[in-house]
Design a binder for this molecule. Sequence first.
Ligand code: GSH
Length: 237
Amino acid sequence: MIQLFTFPAAFGLRNVSPFCLKVEMALVHLGLEFEIVEQSDPRQSPKGKLPYIVIDGESIADSELIFDELDRRSDGGLYGSLSPQEIGNGFAWVRLVDDHLYWLMVASRWLDDSWWPNVKQGFFSELPFPLSRIVPAVARRQVRQTYQLHGLGKHNLDEQKEFTRKDFSALNAAIASQPYLLGSSLSVFDFSVASLLAGIFDNQPASWVTDIAQEFPSLKEYAERVQQQLGVWARQQ
Ligand SMILES: N[C@@H](CCC(=O)N[C@@H](CS)C(=O)NCC(=O)O)C(=O)O
């Protein structure tokens, strides 16, 4: 039995991490049996981040490396039917959501003073005093530093909002005339895009990234379509 290590539910989401959710989608898509194991502290993961899976006694961390392994074990169940051009296009979208839009979403949760109390409640409420005071502050400082080093944190909020709007506009154009990212069929790349969009649309309460996402109702429909097709939802049902 495969074990998938994810964060506990938070913000109205049963799977709060887009990276964990996309792996869950892939496991369901491939019809593999698995169990979800909740882990609140990502430092216990082999690479200090979630998700990771344990499969046949082997730990594999990072959603992309997990997909590679699942694809190998399923004789191309994730990438096998795609052309090199489709794979190239798909990875360009994955990089946009994982390495750019994801960080804007993180900032809208962690670095917005009005949203920060939800992060404290959602991720750190189980900690005893004085850890309940220290750990959230340290974690928030690390997120702020990482956001600065990424480069997005050097821009003012209006500029960050414009970057966010451009990412959504690009995704919106990609799915304007077709149901899925690569055309008429669901592909592994939809798991990455839809899992981030689902968390953005359904996190409670709305963040400033959610507010911008609402300008693109087709993206909401797309995220619903992918989740419906798989029967895997970000939000608590
Ligand atoms: N490249 C990794 C990214 C995973 C990732 O960033 N996970 C976040 C949660 S969404 C995490 O564990 N963050 C905790 C930390 O960085 O301390 C993947 O694709 O799995």
